[in-house]
Design a protein around this ligand. Structure first.
Ligand SMILES: Cc1cc2nc3c(=O)[nH]c(=O)nc-3n(C[C@H](O)[C@H](O)[C@H](O)COP(=O)(O)OP(=O)(O)OC[C@H]3O[C@@H](n4cnc5c(N)ncnc54)[C@H](O)[C@@H]3O)c2cc1C
Ligand SMILES: NC(=O)c1ccc[n+]([C@@H]2O[C@H](COP(=O)([O-])OP(=O)(O)OC[C@H]3O[C@@H](n4cnc5c(N)ncnc54)[C@H](O)[C@@H]3O)[C@@H](O)[C@H]2O)c1
Length: 444
């Protein structure tokens, strides 16, 4: 039996943040990882996706300036782009493990599962610990349709040797929309199929409609209210059929219909840890229904978006909580969300839906930014922001934005909202001009 103060199950961004924090407090820490050290984000999530997206964004900016001095639009060479991605991702697992080794944090590779006596088995190893952290993340969900076995996932998309000429994405959530943007820019004919009329439900409905219009204008075949009910091989391609009887032939079909918490092999029932279909049940201290077992990151059932910075925040919170006697419940700061692409959709803080329900408390400034200097300069085809303002303080408390620069604007507003900055504070700052930051003065 190997003994530790804390064992972290899952070597992704959340588990690693907890492990490093606990180790810094002098605890004996082990991390167990069954697959790639570093987890989803750097190996098959945010980071590789954003490497591919760099080419997409550059192409989008060039297209916009085609009539303003540029003479051609760069084309994407998939193999070279993929090689650049792989040059980055191939170093992640060894680099991550090397960092843990160098710090003196124990690393154990294998599939972890709990025993009825509260210990953990990983291959030949048996571990005991005073406290445990479940940080096992999520994995792609394969919808139960006829031909489910032919469905591929974002894991495979982000490592494709060749991009098919025609692809179908089943589900227009974060992953579906972003993969559509990448494949479309790289020259594939993309069918983005969503089963309801309201993709990206957490975002402002008008701006989601704007985004769907932009994707269509960029050449994506967006089909809403469309249920795929079967996929079957047809020569070296696939035939896709919808519930309404439509069908088409496509090179590959990707399930982008959501992700499910990874809990199956852990045998949480043996240690009385409750779960729902959304993940591990926790209280305000991220404690599960077992006093000595905590959970963080994507595997947790909680309302916050499943994002890397959120997992990292929870890891740091738990490293503090497990090393102090009396810890307050976790208190999340405002959390920005961005759907990336040539056109980016972003959101933070109080939503426009909440503002609409509470007109006495909030007002919304719906600003068409397309003709503002910052966007005219780059010929952005569509730039709009809805700013939510607290009526009593006149402070910005939320925003939803769409443009090729929305990721930057939303992060500026993150500072404004998190630091309770009012119009006077913004007006008193001198920002470099002309930049996106200097636009902040005009949002109230
Ligand atoms: C395509 C894609 C793009 C994304 N883009 C973004 C983005 O742009 N920005 C953003 O903020 N977020 C993004 N995300 C989400 C982000 O990747 C996750 O929020 C983040 O990785 C969660 O971290 P985590 O530590 O909770 O879980 P993970 O990173 O999933 O790590 C969990 C680890 O646990 C391991 N594990 C599971 N079960 C066991 C077991 N029984 N024993 C041992 N180990 C186990 C897994 O192998 C995995 O390595 C993206 C996700 C995807 C899929
Ligand atoms: N840019 C980012 O920050 C980023 C990028 C990718 C993923 N992520 C994170 O990963 C999480 C998972 O992303 P995701 O896109 O896999 O899930 P998601 O829940 O965002 O979207 C999946 C969508 O598929 C739809 N769907 C479900 N079943 C379907 C079916 N049978 N046919 C068609 N559509 C169907 C759902 O209604 C949903 O809208 C996100 O919630 C996000 O937190 C973040």
């Amino acid at each position: 039996m190997k003994e530790f103060d804390v064992v972290v199950i899952g070597g992704g961004p959340g588990g690693l943040a907890a492990a490093y924090g606990l180790h810094a407090h002098g605890l004996r820490v082990a991390v167990v990882e069954k697959d790639l050290w570093g987890g989803t984000c750097p190996n098959r999530g945010c980071d590789p996706k954003k490497i591919l997206m760099a080419a997409v964004e550059t192409q989008g900016h060039s297209e916009a300036l085609l009539n303003q001095g540029l003479t051609s639009v760069p084309q994407i060479d998939w193999q070279t782009l993929m090689a650049a991605k792989r040059a980055y991702t191939k170093k992640i697992p060894s680099g991550t493990k090397g960092g843990l080794d160098a710090a003196g944090i124990a690393t154990i590779h294998g599939d972890a599962s709990f025993n009825t006596d509260g210990s953990l088995t990983v291959g030949e190893d048996r571990l005991s610990a005073a406290n445990w952290i479940i940080a096992t993340g999520q994995e792609p969900r394969l919808p139960e349709i006829k031909g489910q076995e032919w469905l591929r996932t974002s894991n495979e998309f982000l490592d494709l040797d060749q991009l098919p000429e025609d692809i179908t994405l089943m589900g227009a959530g974060y992953v579906g929309v972003e993969l559509a943007a990448i494949a479309n820019a790289a020259g594939s004919r993309v069918h983005l199929i969503h089963h309801s009329d309201r993709p990206l439900r957490a975002f402002d409905g008008d701006l989601v409609n704007d985004l769907m219009d932009r994707l269509r204008a960029e050449g994506v075949d967006v089909q809403l209210d469309t249920e795929i009910n079967s996929v079957s091989p047809a020569d070296d391609q696939y035939s896709v059929t919808t519930a309404a009887g439509a069908s088409w032939t496509t090179g590959m079909v990707f399930a982008t219909a959501g992700r499910t918490p990874v809990v199956a092999g852990l045998h949480l029932d043996r240690v009385n840890v409750a779960t729902t279909r959304h993940g591990v049940t926790v209280d305000g201290n991220l404690r599960t229904t077992n006093n000595h077992i905590f959970a963080l990151g994507d595997v947790v059932d909680r309302p916050q978006p499943k994002l890397t910075p959120v997992a990292g925040f929870e890891g740091r919170y738990l490293s503090d909580t497990l090393t102090t006697c009396d810890s307050p419940a976790i208190d999340y700061p405002v959390i920005p969300s961005v759907v990336y692409g040539k056109t980016q959709l972003a959101q933070i803080g109080v939503t426009t839906a909440t503002a609409a329900k509470r007109p006495g408390d909030f007002r919304v400034n719906d600003l068409d930014l397309t003709h503002w200097y910052s966007y005219q300069r780059i010929q952005d085809p569509h730039a709009r922001i809805k700013v939510v303002i607290n009526k009593s303080t006149n402070h910005i408390v939320g925003a939803a934005a769409i443009s090729s620069e929305a990721e930057q604007v939303i992060n500026y507003l993150d500072f404004v909202i998190q630091n309770h900055m009012g119009p006077a504070d913004i007006g008193n700052s001198i920002m470099a001009y002309p930049t996106l930051a200097s636009d902040l003065t005009y949002f109230n």
